[in-house]
Ligand binder design. Structure first.
Ligand SMILES: [Zn+2]
Ligand SMILES: [Zn+2]
Length: 351
């Protein structure tokens, strides 16, 4: 057995175990399809080990200080600090029970703290309701406001290091006229590009219970407010634990990094009349993940067998959601309008 095979390397992009591929003489990740030369793999793994050791002590502290609440009805796992108590589930409003602590691996590295207070969130919600007719009575009642929760939604934010190689067949054309003849001179160039590129801050939402479209609707978040995570930010707020891991979001992240690299190298081939790319090989060599919490005021409403979600960006105050419609109210108004029309018709007939 060679020394390469005896070491269990982890994938520098998604942390899964890597397998040595004797044919290609390198390491392949079966989970995310990445491939690394032994040298790339060794370098990235040494770096990962150094970072893990740094994080280990902070993770222990986190594991001792958080509280984990579980909803036995829908399975939601909610986390908060040791001073905050969760009583109901964010999603289904059933009671939650304390179920110990989250392990250190769930320690977020960054957070964007809340800027919108509960009072402001309530005001935003009321204004939103005012503009909408036919809302069910329960939805606008004071008691529904109990279900408005300040939630830190888990996000994966990736920094990708890409090694890119591009080979293209390029042409320059020169036209001129001499006497009765038109001439065209075609010069052909064999163009190569090789580059090391870094993409920072590619986000992907890590919670399957939170509707991706709703989260996109309250974007953008201003990442300049990002700070290192500390337990104190959780005080009075809940956080949902991620249930989509980085390996699962990596294909989406990689697509953006690979497409971005491809575009950058293409755009560097200027001054030609035509560019035909023969080979584009963009390889994500390592990914640095940040598990980040983003602030959202979140409320669900259950009505006629359906769940309606309402969200406010806890940083900017931008709101989104689908309003539930009271079909009885709507029907009543329709009947009133038709009666009114009928009366007008009747009066018209009399006059
Ligand atoms: Zn992988
Ligand atoms: Zn629940």
């Amino acid at each position: 057995m060679s020394s390469l095979e005896s070491i269990q390397y982890k994938c520098p992009n998604c942390s899964a175990d890597l397998r040595f591929n004797p044919k290609k003489q390198g390491f392949a990740c079966e989970y995310c399809d990445s491939f690394f030369t032994p040298e790339e793999c060794k370098q990235a793994n040494e770096q990962m080990q150094r970072e893990q050791q740094e994080q280990a002590s902070a993770s222990d502290e986190f594991a001792e200080q958080n509280q984990l609440f579980i909803c036995q009805s829908c399975g939601a796992e909610l986390m908060t600090d040791s001073d905050t108590t969760a009583t109901e589930c964010l999603y289904c409003h059933n009671p939650v029970i304390l179920k110990g602590r989250l392990s250190g691996e769930y320690k977020p590295s960054k957070v964007i703290p809340f800027k919108i207070s509960r009072e402001e969130a309530v005001q935003i919600f009321r204004n939103w309701c005012k503009k909408r007719k036919f809302l069910p009575k329960d939805f606008i009642s004071e008691s529904q406001l109990v279900h408005l929760h300040g939630v830190y939604v888990p996000f994966w934010v990736a920094d990708c290091h890409v090694h890119g190689i591009m080979h293209a067949d390029c042409h320059k054309l020169k036209h001129w006229t001499s006497g009765d003849y038109k001439y065209t001179e075609i010069s052909e160039f064999d163009v190569f590009r090789e580059a090391d590129l870094d993409f920072n801050g590619i986000p992907a939402d890590g919670q399957s219970k939170v509707d991706d479209n709703l989260m996109e609707a309250i974007e953008p978040f201003d990442y300049r407010d990002t700070v290192n995570f500390e337990m104190s930010y959780l005080s009075g707020f809940l956080s949902d634990k991620y249930d989509v891991n980085k390996a699962q979001v990596f294909p989406r992240v990689r697509n953006r990094a690979v497409n971005g690299s491809d575009m950058l190298l293409r755009s560097s081939m200027t001054g030609y009349d035509s560019v035909r790319v023969l080979q584009s090989d963009m390889n994500v060599l390592s990914t640095k993940w940040q598990y980040m919490l983003l602030p959202v005021w979140f409320m669900t409403f259950h009505y006629q067998g359906k769940q309606y979600d309402f969200a406010i960006n806890g940083q900017s105050g931008k709101q989104a959601g689908t309003p539930p419609l009271n079909s009885k109210k709507l029907l009543l108004v329709c009947i009133l309008i038709s009666i009114l029309c009928g009366c007008i018709g009747f009066l018209g007939g009399l006059l």
